[in-house]
Design a protein. Structure first.
Length: 147
């Protein structure tokens, strides 16, 4: 009766074992916040520091507050500043990358509701090596530089 289970377990064993190889995350995220928004889009910012000895890459950002989350950077197209999508954001060993107004940012597209100071924004940063890092971004008033 139980015999058919055995080959399945044997197949799973290498997969389970490989999960244990992950080193503890050496990615530290600070300065996390989101800009208040009453429109359908919002932006979030953070400083990502790689304290480890190996390069890592931010490959995806998830949030339940928006339909889609993208990593953007700003670029000049003639006299017009434009936002473009980054497929991945490398964070080299020993370096830190700042996502800040006027530069790289996390774009929240298709907000399900306004972003206001009452409701912090849950964010999940997914790194190639460090895996998922769950964050809560406090919402700060709009204004100042940025878009
Ligand atoms: Cu953007």
């Amino acid at each position: 009766m139980f015999r058919p289970l055995l080959p399945v377990l044997l197949m799973l064993a290498p997969l389970l074992a490989s999960c244990g190889d992950n080193a503890p995350s050496e990615i530290a995220v600070s300065e996390v916040w989101a800009r208040a928004s009453v429109t359908k889009t919002g932006a979030a910012y953070a400083t990502i520091e790689n304290r480890g000895g190996a390069d890592d890459t931010l490959v995806e950002v998830l949030s339940p507050v928006a339909e889609r989350v993208e990593i953007h950077y700003m670029t000049m197209d003639g006299m017009v500043m434009k936002m473009r999508k980054l497929d991945a954001l490398p964070v080299k060993a020993g370096e830190s990358v700042a996502l800040a107004p006027g530069g790289k940012h996390i774009m929240l597209i298709g907000l399900h509701g306004p972003l206001d100071e009452e409701a912090p924004v849950p964010l999940t940063l997914v790194f190639e090596k460090a895996g998922k890092i769950e964050l809560t971004a406090p919402v700060r008033p709009a204004g100042g530089t940025g878009h």
